[in-house]
Design a binder for this molecule. Structure first.
Ligand SMILES: *Cc1c(COP(=O)(O)O)cnc(C)c1O
Length: 475
């Protein structure tokens, strides 16, 4: 014990900390094990700091305050933060509409209500109420999906990565599938098409070059073992300059002329015409079905604006094959996603309603003057705290995100904030750790807020969060 760091001996015991008012009070309203763990963690952290930085407490320095009261307060703060739910709503002030790290598409109110309505109750997930026999969870979605896309049949699984995997595994295992080299995408670091294809048991045959692939490239690669030609939407990049690719209808005509299947991984599940809203064109699901694709896979939580899901639409016999695959059971959707997706799809029966009520679409279509107005109001309310120089409004652009329309720049108004006494990174950090947390953009040492992705009813909360984060205080 003699070589024990002198101050370590002075650290109070856990039991002693628990007697301090700061923790004793918490014990009355919080699980004991949460508080005990926080006290132990605080002491451990303290021990580690002391051992790592002896000089800090060496000769001359008064040393850190290790009194039970101070440590108990630190532990209480830790316990309080641990008692909050880990997953919480945040204010997205980044202007990235479909932000994968922020949960991608927020649900429409009617979809959230649908989830809430079945969450605590039994439901008819797999019972045909009319006939009183076992039903399918897919039935709640299939009719709507067919109506909206023009497909014969549909099946929904956990996400689009699963959908693509299942489509290939069910309809082309041990065979070859031909894909253009210009379309071998990686999405979000974890979906790499060549690897998903290999894992699904199909052999990828790459054709063409990075920038140009022609009909004859596919044609020359077709052999005895070929099962399908597949088109993959280059969701998160665009080829510009000298490029060539084969349109869906042409790929389909080639595939069918040679008795092969035509698949498409569309990525974002777009059902609306983007150009009607001033955005660059993107392929819609119904266009791919109309072009004759046998199977089309897409996400539920990108431009569709629903829950995480992977949707496959197409020919009935192929969808039946997919449903019969044991792996479909491994990747099946849960009833909360079924409820949310059904309600989201229902909104699309009336396009105007979909645009008005799906948060991602509301964000994509909010008029610029409205953003300007709100940004000006926020700036005015912040002037007193941040000063005239601390606040600026800039012209900028928002992003669609979520692997969709990568080059689209949506004109927006950016509110740039600079605190008179805090570094940009510190202010951004405080905003992230606030309640509710606010996630902002930091660009070239500037903190930027884009109100496009902030719900108008959150403006007051956002103002309060910024004022709190900007206050003078320690840490
Ligand atoms: C986003 C995307 C995926 C993956 O979809 P998840 O729903 O995230 O699993 C697959 N392919 C393409 C082309 C995509 O854009």
């Amino acid at each position: 014990m003699s070589d024990l760091h002198p101050v370590l001996r002075d650290l109070p015991a856990v039991d002693r900390l628990l007697q301090e008012p700061a923790l004793a009070e918490l014990l009355e309203r919080m699980p004991r094990r949460l508080i005990l763990a926080a006290a132990q963690e605080t002491l451990q952290g303290c021990r580690r700091r002391l051992l790592a930085g002896r000089d800090e407490t060496g000769a001359g320095g008064a040393g850190p305050d290790l009194s039970p009261a101070v440590l108990a307060r630190e532990a209480a703060e830790l316990a309080l933060s641990r008692a909050r739910p880990g997953l919480r709503p945040v204010i997205n002030a980044t202007g990235v509409v479909l932000h994968t790290n922020l949960g991608r598409a927020p649900l429409a109110a009617s979809a959230a209500e649908a989830v809430a309505g079945i969450m605590e109750h039994y439901c008819n997930l797999e019972i045909d109420l009319g006939k009183g026999v076992r039903g399918s969870r897919q039935a709640h979605l299939e009719r709507l999906l067919c109506m909206l896309t023009g497909a014969e049949a549909a099946v929904v699984v956990n996400n689009n990565a699963a959908a693509v995997f299942l489509m290939l595994n069910s309809c082309a295992a041990d065979k070859e599938v031909i894909v253009s080299r210009g379309q071998l995408v990686e999405i979000g670091g974890s979906f790499r098409l060549p690897e998903v294809m290999a894992a699904s048991g199909v052999r990828l045959v790459e054709v063409g070059t990075t920038n140009k692939t022609y009909r004859h490239d596919y044609e020359a690669a077709i052999g005895e073992d070929t099962a399908a030609l597949m088109k993959v939407h280059t969701s998160n990049y665009h080829l510009i300059g000298f490029t060539a690719s084969v349109e869906a209808a042409e790929l389909v005509s080639l595939a069918h002329a040679r008795d092969l299947l035509a698949f498409e991984d569309l990525g974002s599940g777009l059902l609306l015409d983007l150009t009607r809203h001033g955005l660059p064109p993107e392929p819609r699901v119904q266009d791919s079905i109309a072009a004759g694709m046998d199977l089309v896979a897409f996400s539920g939580d990108k431009l569709l604006g629903g829950p995480q899901a992977g949707i496959i639409v197409g020919r009935r016999e192929l969808i039946q094959k997919i449903c019969a695959n044991q792996l479909a059971r491994v990747m099946r959707v849960d009833r909360l996603a079924v409820a949310a997706l059904e309600a989201t799809l229902r909104l699309y029966l009336d396009e105007e309603r979909a645009v008005r009520e799906i948060p991602a679409w509301r964000a994509l279509t909010v008029p610029l003057p409205r953003l300007q107005e709100r940004a000006e109001a926020l700036a005015a309310a912040l002037r007193e705290s941040f000063g005239e120089e601390g606040i600026n409004l800039w012209e900028g652009s928002s992003r669609v995100g979520g692997g969709a329309v990568p080059t689209a720049e949506l004109p927006t108004v950016l509110l740039s904030l600079q605190s008179p006494h805090l570094e940009t990174a510190a202010l951004a950090g405080r905003l992230r750790c606030g309640d509710p947390p606010v996630v902002v953009r930091v660009q070239q040492e500037r903190l930027l807020l884009d109100l496009r992705t902030v719900y108008p009813e959150q403006d007051g909360l956002l103002l309060k969060a910024i004022l709190e984060a900007g206050e003078k205080r320690q840490s």
